[in-house]
Design a protein around this ligand. Structure first.
Ligand SMILES: [Zn+2]
Length: 269
């Protein structure tokens, strides 16, 4: 939801930043670059944010890597990345995914692998936070939220060794507080792709193609499901805002002051 509401202790600046991209917003690659204030040239970007890393993921057919989200646990399994194609390397998919570069520095695989293993073994107190964007269609991305990097392993896919990173969905609150995220609130990518196609990339109310968001028809907080396209639709920012106003009826700060007033009146009476 995009309604301008302050969480306790949230500064105006934080509010503006958090209003910029929200989970399940539909954005272009250009929006991602604007949000991260840098061009993300690759899928794995260790430590690029002030306190987090960034993964670009895709579960589409023909996606270059086997990323997957477990529909039961919400855990993300993110595959490591191949050797760069280049001099003498024509078939990266035939080679083991590299931990280090030919010069001996860590690859992105290596940096994430080390962070995951340090956390899993207790060397590191807090897990690496990873912001995830997923590709829905050509040039169309959706912000998937924050995940914690819990562990990693190297597995054989039958032909070569690849990295598998395990990440848990979390919610980042004001003051960098991290809380558990009910995993079934995540809209699976397959559902998003179906909705995107069905609604033809437009707000279902006005046909706008700008500032779109995957919206739960019946809100998740009221028991609406994320797992079926029937309860998910495309709404522009304006119609998303109108809808959230209707559901809340009164703005929370107004509600809080009304409660305070009735409380005072009760005690006065
Ligand atoms: Zn609209």
């Amino acid at each position: 939801m995009r309604s301008p509401r302050f969480a306790p202790g949230q500064s105006e600046r934080e509010l503006i930043e958090s209003a910029f991209v929200e989970v399940d917003d539909i954005i272009s690659y250009h929006d991602i670059v604007a949000a991260e204030k840098m061009a993300l040239q690759k899928g794995m970007n260790f430590g690029v944010g002030r306190k987090y890393s960034v993964f670009l993921m895709s579960v589409r057919e023909n996606a270059p890597y086997a990323d997957a989200i477990d529909p039961v646990t919400g855990m993300l399994t993110y595959e490591g990345h191949d050797v760069k194609r280049g001099l003498g390397i024509r078939h990266p998919k035939k080679l083991d995914q590299p931990l280090t570069t030919p010069k001996g520095s860590w690859t992105e695989n290596g940096k994430f692998f080390r962070a995951a293993k340090d956390y899993a073994s207790g060397l590191r107190e807090k897990p690496e936070l990873v912001k995830v964007y997923e590709k829905i269609s050509r040039g169309i991305w959706s912000y998937k939220g924050f995940f914690e990097l819990l562990d990693a392993k190297i597995v054989s896919d039958g032909k070569r060794n690849v990295f598998k990173f395990s990440l848990k969905p979390v919610e980042k609150k004001a003051f960098n507080r991290i809380v558990e995220l009910p995993h079934n609130r995540l809209i699976p990518t397959a559902v998003k792709m179906e909705v995107w196609k069905r609604d033809r990339g437009q707000c279902v109310q006005c046909g706008s193609t700008k500032n779109l968001h995957f919206d739960h028809d019946i809100p998740f907080s009221l028991g609406g499901s994320s797992l079926t396209a029937a309860n998910v639709r495309l709404l522009c920012a304006k119609h998303n805002l109108q809808k959230s106003d209707k559901i809340l009826c009164v703005a929370p700060w107004l509600f809080a002051s009304l409660t305070a007033v009735s409380h005072v009146q009760k005690h006065a009476g």
